[in-house]
Design a protein around this ligand. Structure first.
Ligand SMILES: Nc1ncnc2c1ncn2[C@@H]1O[C@H](COP(=O)(O)OP(=O)(O)O)[C@@H](O)[C@H]1O
Ligand SMILES: C=C(OP(=O)(O)O)C(=O)O
Ligand SMILES: [Mn+2]
Length: 522
């Protein structure tokens, strides 16, 4: 006899589903279920086990008629066939039907009501529900631009790759036809927010809204700044600034009316966090915050320097935990855009101004670097190129987002800077990371228009325009060759990196000649 087919609506009617619990109730449940403990600062502290970061190789988009011809299929957007998805969904729903308890929350993504996606989240863990409550917008729209999406999260359910068409026991599978994101085999909560971001990166461009992996803030005069960058480059850190209202730390839309946050909360890295260097983030960590993989000492005080569980320790809190924020999370058109890169080769200048073509070149390139390892003495970093500074989250071809950004930059006369928040004076291992205080000073100078009239010198290899002075920053720091002990070694390193840029850019065959020649000259 065939097993009865379950659907989400039936599952939600079951008695073991706790619906729409408050933050306090979810914290209580998480503790009662032994999912985590309270830290001294009031945050809920949890560990995520094997996965302490996203698992891009386990991410799939269901290939159905509605999306088949639109998606940029490949390593990032791996197809899953509809029948496999439906089979996996059944298994997960049956598994969840048997669980002791489930949690359900209604939320939303997209702070501009013209472009809001209703989001429903069903989880096995109370703390995953708390995470969703903190990261998404709280108000569930009754009338909305898009049909609701439901995230179904079963961390302990394991897929069978041979039967389910997955790569491993872990999966993040999204279906535009069923409007479902199915997550299993991992406990890392970041998958919840980044999968809905991927969904928005598919939906928003259809409404002529650019979706962007960037943070955003706004100054006293309504001057909006966007900070694009890959993980670890400083989006969250640099957008939290007492002198400017925070709009959001990671995901935004840019419509004909201006920019808006996609989320309602922030997801900050807490490695080496201190009140002295990052006061806004430090103080946002309190009751209601979820701390992921942060080690607590005997008094349950977080030890942010302890990376024994992972380097990727995190805090998830609602944006309202930050003092100076824009309410609602919206503002006008950007005046300044900053591309953040953490260059571990010590090559790129700490700040440079980009021409329109250079902006397009660097947006398509999406360069940053990964450190070879976390052990001491490892000196070989690895160049990473992630197009549009967010390749893992983009269902459409990169040129779609790049073209939209180029048009918006033109239309609104936006000034674009490239900021290296990484190394200087040598590569990782010999040089040192550019001091956060200097980066903040340079970024503030840029967004406040103070660099507009300062003369620049041109970088001999990258052709970038480096300001010769920035008030409050030692001038020698501004031109990297001056910080390196041996200029010849610097030039060698710069040339080697330039070749990596060139090599990577060969994939953008359709870019105009002007954009192609805005890259490094080697
Ligand atoms: N010069 C710098 N600029 C920005 N961040 C820096 C700098 N030096 C060190 N950092 C650290 O790098 C990390 C940047 O991470 P984060 O802001 O969370 O990046 P993202 O949000 O882009 O993933 C933080 O831990 C921050 O303290
Ligand atoms: C949550 C993430 O974002 P970021 O590191 O950019 O803050 C992530 O990439 O998993
Ligand atoms: Mn971030």
């Amino acid at each position: 006899m065939p097993m009865t087919v379950l659907n989400i609506e039936e599952l939600l009617k079951k008695e073991h589903v706790f619906k729409q619990l408050s933050v306090a109730e979810l914290v209580e449940h998480a503790i009662r279920n032994n999912e985590g403990v309270l830290a001294e600062n009031g945050a809920l502290s949890v560990e995520t086990g094997k996965f302490t970061g996203r698992s891009p190789k386990d991410k799939f988009i269901v290939r159905d008629q509605s999306c088949e011809t639109h998606i940029d299929w490949g390593h990032v957007n791996q197809p899953m066939e509809s029948d496999k998805f439906e089979q996996l969904l059944q298994k997960v729903l049956r598994y969840m039907n048997e669980a002791d308890q489930l949690y359900y929350t209604e939320a939303a993504a997209g702070a501009d009501t013209h472009f809001t996606l209703p989001v429903r989240v069903v989880t096995e863990y109370a703390w995953h529900n708390l995470f969703a409550k903190q990261l998404f917008l709280r108000e569930y729209p009754t009338v909305a631009a898009f049909e609701p999406f439901t995230v179904v999260y079963a961390p302990h359910f394991k897929a069978d790759p041979l039967v389910d068409g997955t790569n491993s026991e872990t999966f993040i599978a999204m279906s535009f036809e069923h409007r479902i994101v199915l997550i299993g085999g991992t406990e890392y909560a970041g998958e919840i927010k980044k999968s809905i971001f991927s969904v928005m990166n598919y939906l928003l461009p259809q409404q002529d809204v650019l979706s962007m992996h960037c943070s955003a803030n706004v100054g006293h005069e309504g001057d909006v700044a966007l900070f694009f960058g890959l993980s670890g480059t400083g989006k969250t850190t640099l957008s939290a600034d007492d002198s400017r209202q925070l709009i959001g730390d990671d995901e935004h839309g840019w419509s004909h009316d201006g920019v808006f946050n996609i989320e309602g909360g922030c997801y900050a890295k807490t490695v080496n966090l201190s009140r002295e260097k990052e006061p806004q983030i430090f103080d946002a960590i309190r009751f209601g915050t979820v701390l992921e993989n942060v080690v607590l000492d005997d008094t349950r005080t977080p030890d942010y320097d302890d990376t024994s569980l992972t380097e990727n320790t995190r805090a998830a809190y609602p944006i309202t935990a930050i003092d100076n924020i824009a309410i609602p999370s919206r503002a006008g058109h950007p005046k300044t855009i900053v591309f953040l890169t953490a260059d571990a080769y010590g090559v790129l200048p700490p700040i440079s101004k980009l021409t329109k073509e250079q902006a397009m070149y660097h947006f398509l390139s999406g360069y940053t670097s990964k450190l070879a390892g976390t052990e001491r003495g490892v000196t070989e970093p690895e160049a990473t190129f992630s197009t549009c500074f967010g390749s893992p989250f983009l269902p459409l071809i990169p040129e779609k987002y790049a073209t939209m950004l180029g048009e918006l930059i033109d239309r609104h006369g936006v000034t674009v800077y490239l900021v290296n928040t990484g190394w200087t004076g040598g590569a990782y291992g010999t040089g040192s990371r550019i001091k956060l205080a200097y980066t903040r000073t340079m970024v503030n100078a840029a967004v406040n228009g103070l660099l507009a009239d300062i003369p620049t010198e041109e970088h001999p290899v990258f052709g970038l325009h480096m300001p010769i002075e920035v008030p409050g920053v030692p001038s020698d720091l501004l031109n990297p060759v001056k910080v390196w002990a041996d200029p010849a070694v610097y030039t060698e390193q710069a040339t080697a990196l330039a070749h990596k840029f060139k090599q990577n850019f060969t994939r953008f065959v359709s870019a105009t000649d002007a954009i192609k020649s805005a890259g490094p000259r080697v």
